[in-house]
Design a protein around this ligand. Sequence first.
Ligand code: FAD
Ligand code: FSA
Length: 434
Amino acid sequence: PLASKSSKILIVGGGGTMGSSTALHLARRGFEDIRILDVYPIPSKNSAGYDLNKIAGADSIGLFGGVFGGVRDVAWDAWTSDPVFIPYAHNVGKMDLTSGDTARAKALRQKYETFVSLGRTEFEWLANEDDIKRKAPHLKDADIAGWRGLYCASGGWVAAADALNSVGTELEKLGVKSAFGPSGTFSSLLLKEDGSVRGVKTVDGTEWDADLVVLAAGAWSPVLVDLEGQCTSKCWVYAHIQLTPEEAEAMKGVPTMYNNEYGFFFEPRPDSHLLKLCNEFPGYTNYTTVQPFGAAKPIKLSVPRSHAQNPTDTMPTEVLDEIKRLVKKCLPHLEGRELINQAMCWCTDTDDANWLLCEHPRFKGLVLATGDSGHSFKMLPVVGNEVADLIEGKMPEKKRQLWRYRPGAGDPNGTGRGGPEPKDLADVDGWRHD
Ligand code: FAD
Ligand code: FSA
């Protein structure tokens, strides 16, 4: 084990997804001295999960050791059975669709057949436009000839920031301590003479002692501590349309729709009637010269730029055009409506899209819980269980191998994002910032 129940544990990024989940699972296992550190109180406004809704469901692509090492169904079970999460899981069903992309259509069909062969009954193959429109009457005027894909009845969306907030409330009940703002903002590790970790220094100069530090700072992780090129941070964009109560009512309970070319959207929020929309693209980097802790000299890294701290930043024109294209294609009755509450949010990709969940080999006593690869919100109820297993020395070898420290390993099994290289924000039009 890396720590015992009485060890002093600090979780950097504990107001975000992987960090708050880690605190929750450690506290539930009886760890007595946990403190979360973050820039913002939980739900942290810098978290990629600070958002109205995220896709989640039981349609694991990693059943047998793929993207999540087989833990993804456990996640939907937890969303729908753990009292901390139940109120935030909306089991409206989800559709994973594709248009012209025959390779993707083939992969989705294969996935469907795998689930059927496993005896899973909540899947349907949507072979054409009519099948899709039967499941999703709100797409009745959509221009989706040739689209097909997978429907899964177990899943839909989760109310993201609300769920993080619920974890925060539970952490307080369980006696987890916190520090936010300058006294919660990581500035460097504190090391013992032998090079192992003895704590964290925050930007206000506070020195927090610890027996074990967990780094779960999402897109900021590779900027805070040198991860030797294993994580590349990128941003994606979301925007909303304010629906009238009548328009929202007409879309109540519709399944979440994802298309790998056009993007995705959700049932409108029942409370605010906001319809959230995202396009799908390789993300943008923001290359800047920085010196993470442990790097011998300044290096060029993609550095997140917080929307919360830069609320007047505008979005790249091409992204907004793609979101408009999604509206025109799928919800033509809403074409031309204003896109409000536009924001960028930041994730950090590993080459193979598997987490980086291991002890840092150089800084003993530092656990890395990052490399979310842009699809980890759905894992909020369970990812911390994996981190807790690692800390307690209970992680099975297969997972240790999957989530090991692996600079230069690349993407040997082709599980990563693939596709074109992301553009840099500096090279796109419409991104205005100071
Ligand atoms: P975060 O949740 O971002 O947490 C990192 C934390 O570190 C933050 O709270 C931050 O404040 C903190 N931090 C940063 N710097 C410091 C510092 N110096 N000191 C202390 N704390 C610090 N996933 C899904 O499963 N389904 C989806 O539908 C989905 N949609 C998405 C849509 C968009 C537009 C984006 C951008 C992401 C989406 N994701 C989705 C991905 C998901 O949100 C992320 O994978 C996940 O939230 C990342 O979790 P994390 O804990 O690694 O990082
Ligand atoms: O089902 C899902 O995990 C959706 S992840 C949503 C998304 O916006 C990606 O589409 C994008 O490519 C990036 O990874 C951020 O998250």
